[in-house]
Design a protein around this ligand. Sequence first.
Ligand code: SF4
Ligand code: SF4
Ligand code: SF4
Length: 382
Amino acid sequence: MKNVILWLFGLEESALSDPVVVAGIVLSFVLIAAAAAVFVILGVKKRYKIHAAGIKVWNRTKLIIQSCFFILTNSFMVGWLKGGIYQGKLKYMCVPGMNCYSCPGAWGACPIGSLQAVLDSFDTKRSWLDPETGTYVKAPLYWVAVYVIGIIMVFGAICGRLVCGLLCPFGWVQDLLYKIPVPKLKLPRDERLILNSKHPKATRVFLKIDKYLRYAKYAFLIIMVIFLPLFVKADPWFCKYVCPSGMLIGGIPLMSMNAELAAAAGNLTLLKICILVSLIVISLFLYRPFCRYICPLGAIYSLLNPFSLYKYGIDDSKCNREKGCSACARACPMGVDPVKNPNSPECIRCGTCNATCPQKAIHAGFRFKTAEGNALRTKKRK
Ligand code: SF4
Ligand code: SF4
Ligand code: SF4
């Protein structure tokens, strides 16, 4: 048992003589058990059935799921108490969301950080001497394909952006910030909603800016996550120069607990803190700016969203769009109209439209028919 715990926590036996470490281990087990119990209760109460829950209950349920998943994946309490990071074997696994490797509580690695690290492995640092030929061999391409891209593809192919809606810590942080009651900038796509807004002209301008800025996340993915680490300098460019998620749950907690790290902070840290603060401020007014415009992981999942097994579908026989209803489009915080495109790349599967629809015409899951046998439309409306 002791050996299993030591292996699991990546600790040496001598570490157990430290009461803080022991307390950390106990706390980790308590937190994991509590989070798992909450998931079981939500399952037993069928709170995952968004329709039945209704919007108020679903919003609460969503927040509970996000919080519990954060606790599950960041409950290495030894790290939080001692100011270090987990270095055991579980760290080879990627978690589905933007969860920084350097977060003191993180059990797993961030897929985007890992992707850059693996691309970085084309560098000679990871080469080895081939005893037969006497030459240095670089890390082969299949490392990339099999390991990190494979894991991201599996998450994306099964869940699509459901990861963004429910499992990503930085998505959760932005959700919490958006709950702070200040005036909100809403950018509806539906023509009637634009006309009904207070300033239709300004709304159209913002909508145009928003539309083009959403492509920026693909640029971040291609340039900072793939091209620069691979061809220019073996560095995790996105993590090093941009990632506010890493700064918030990795950099700041570590620096606050480690005087040496804090002393070593320079202009780069300042730049990243400025990016983080800007994003925090924008998140108060605009729903999930990082997910809309910057996140490279969101970019990958958004490309997979229309093809993932988890889908949204519209029961056109129930939908009242033709009679003037647009409750779902009005409720969508990402500016998606689910009736027009239920599997839009921009849909983060937050369930808001689903829980709002008075007709229960929006369905989420792995099926293409409703319980009554009605066919669900998963494609764009023509
Ligand atoms: S877009 Fe990125 S940061 Fe936002 S929820 Fe998805 S994975 Fe997380
Ligand atoms: S809220 Fe429901 S009924 Fe109304 S337009 Fe959307 S899907 Fe159709
Ligand atoms: S379409 Fe529905 S599930 Fe998708 S982001 Fe909008 S409200 Fe959330």
